[in-house]
Design a protein around this ligand. Sequence first.
Ligand code: F6P
Length: 557
Amino acid sequence: MTQPLDRAWEAITGIVRAPRPDGSPPDSIRPLFAADPARFDRFSRRRDGLLLDLSKTAITDEALAALLDLARAADLEGKRAAMAAGEAVNATERRAVLHMALRAPRGSGFRAGEEDASADVQAVLERMQAFCASVQGGRLLGATGERFTDVLNIGIGGSDLGPAMAARALWTPDCPMRPHYLGNVDAHAWEALRPGLDPRRTLVLIASKTFTTQETMANAALVRGWLAEALGEEGANAHLAALSTNTKATAAFGIGPDAVFPFRDWVGGRFSLWSAIGLSLALALGWERFARLLAGARTMDEHFLSAPLADNLPVLLALAEVWHVNGLGYPSRAVLPYDERLARLPAHLQQVEMESLGKRVTTDGAPVGRATGPVVFGEPGTNAQHSFMQLLHQGTTPVPADIILVARPDHPHADSHRKLLANGLAQAEALMRGKTEAEVRAEMEAAGAAPDEIERLLPHRVFPGNRPTAAILLPRLDAFTLGQLVALYEHKVFCLGALWGVNAFDQWGVELGKQLAGAILPELEAGAPRPGVHDGSTEGLMREIGRVQPVEGVRSG
Ligand code: F6P
């Protein structure tokens, strides 16, 4: 007997296999606007100032109904309740998933098993706030008695991308401290930062959930050496703080409990921006802005937890992704923030989405049987237009795009901002509308082109159109709206995990590379690959590295 979930998936495939009743293809968007002048109103939703417009997708009433059936058949609401109740929804790691607790007000009652998660969160937030007040108020000084002016966050992945993205979006010159982020184990990154930093005035946060990550520990050692050279070993320690779940390892590193800001294992790395991992933001932006960031996310949480599925922004965004990935077979998605301050948002979302949804088995370990997380990439507009947008307009496979627009700028250059918005709106319109042969011909004729020239260029100048975009419009970009925006994507990821039946909260796929790097490192140190251990290519490359430019300890082969 067919189960409701199978039937729901079949209904979606059925819709995209047949032309619509009016004869238009199921992936076409243009005819939907022609047939329904109210389409924008019917396919967009507002929540606390944030607008989500899905009208420039090929989703029809029938498709939306089928997608909502899928959400019900997948028990999305039940799974959401289980997450909020602190059940171990991250089944492979037997962990609760409670990033919502991080931004909930005191007494919210989030629990992880026996543990009062909300009380734990408040206790750490209070310590973070007091620490910020001491640093910013000049009560906590550097080893030489100078005030801290710069905060350097050493971390990678979730211990870097979220805070770095938010700092890029929200930092202004009137903020209390300057934030810096060191992620890559490539010491060129440190060498690029070092000249801009004064060890006497730099506070260093070692941000690592596990406190074992190779890149972070290597960079922590480099930076501690730099501090120690200027301030002595004891002085260096006075400039260090740790953000981690692993308090044993932070103690072993020599960081005293007063300078350790913990969080719990129910905070996933890529969802940890709101936890102690956000301390660089609280220091650099000021507590008020950090609190507004949490408040914005909280508003989205409340909406996500309570709004009906058909009006629920994260649910709708997730259903649009299902429509594109599973219905229409589009394997990637672009994120195009039309705001330079959101330049690092695509990078953050790449981790939030691809580390969560790049899965091929269900939570039970069975093959998932359908496409899951798409490739996510992006750049701010308008830069993207002069880079990869050609492929979105005329490539062979449609790439849905999220176009993020900010209505009001925080600079006085109204004309520049109008140009920016005009471009964002135009890209979405062009992707959907396209340009037909007849339109190209008429345009070229009007411009006086010769008939043979028109025929020669015609195929190159046609745009297929019907390429979908989801528009997200923020009234302005501030800490609150950024919190809303990021939480919107976090919950979208949760929904997709529920719809595809995969665990969106583990990341076993990153382990093999770490293991192999651990095995290769001593061979590079020894100067030669162990014979017969690697494939011929890896072995050949290792020998070549030694030959071309031996690093210390690597002999030429
Ligand atoms: O890339 C794997 C990963 O475990 C991410 O999930 C995580 O955000 C990152 O490494 C950093 O881990 P940690 O915070 O433990 O140093």
